[in-house]
Design a binder for this molecule. Sequence first.
Ligand code: JFZ
Length: 417
Amino acid sequence: MKTREERVKWFMEDRFGLFIHWGLYSIPARGEWVRSFERLSIEDYQPFFEEFNPDKYNPREWAKAAKAAGQKYVVLTAKHHDGFCLFDSKLTDYKATNTPAGRDLIKEYVEAFREEGLKVGLYYSIIDWYHSDFPKYGDRQHPMRDNEEFKDEVTDFSRYVSYFHGQVKELLTNYGKIDVLWFDFSYDDMTGEKWEATKLVEMIRSIQPDVLIDNRLGGNIKLAEPEVYAGDFYSPEQIIPVGGILNENGEPIPWEACITLNDHWGYHSRDLNYKSPKQVVRTLVECVSKGGNFLLNVGPDARGVIPEQSLAILAKVGKWLDKNGDSIYGCTASSLAKPEWGRYTQKGRFLYAHVFDRGIGPIYFQGLKGKIKKARLLADSSELKVEVPWMAEQYSDIESGAFIHLAGAALPDEMDT
Ligand code: JFZ
């Protein structure tokens, strides 16, 4: 079996992925937590099951958009917390096959993205607000958490655990090679062995030894010797870790920041607080400059369409990557300190300077005096002059630094937003 380092190799090179949150909650269009936030019962939510009919669902279009955006892998919610399955599971009736959609939507998804050459991932919620053996009363996020009706209900948690393991087995058996399994999430005492996580991961690895697993089964990936189920990468959410992620020995570990494009994961019709393409590009640069990945989320609507605002942003990011992808793919953190004017990414002897704030003078490179063989603007390969500027004596670090003159070069990140 491969080591974690070998397993994550492609992932650490690919750097940029698409996260897709899609399910029944795209109909109420108030985000994927709607059942819990609004304390909706299964019956309250049932109309969405009965009308789920994404007539415009065409995962090939999703895959084309992701590819054009420069994304190399994708993760879709096969089942979110509401328990609804986009796949044709034999273990439940609460699935797309039994809605007006009438078919296995995961199958089409997997095939479409593979065809575009992207690596394919599945998100699976460990939390399940539909399954009758998942505790309701007292569970702090369950929609029925304070409903007296469930106070004395007797449930058999082991039945839920076998359902969970059984569905993971289906997902790993029926859809060919799966590249990422994204479990979500452990909390309170619902963690680790409560999910029989060691057994689960052994089963997963026996079917698909190379699949990457996130760190939300409840282990501690920062241990020098993490649990079997601690996962292959750390998954910070809506935040980029200040100095990357290190384990307890101070060694960098793989990580992937997942971030929404507006302020919700699932489709929200009134949330128009979209990030700009420039912010998205800078976020991607920031992740790579700290040795991490960026999983950018979209929430398609009830008809299966990715909101046009999201598509427009993805397209612009793709345009930037088309010219500047060499500074992202296969790159990682530089050992040089973060420069005043932006960030570094690095690939072997190539140092990429992402100039966020060009100021008025030449760009200064601390510690690189005499070490820059040549400098080019990545977007068009044009020459940039490495030179000691006039009045250089006013720079205190002149002894060790180098300067690159940008003159009138248009920086690619200065895109209209
Ligand atoms: C979870 C989900 O609840 C959410 O709907 C979405 O799918 C997101 C990607 O993941 O949200 C979490 C999970 C874990 C924490 C916070 C939000 N956490 O551990 O702080």
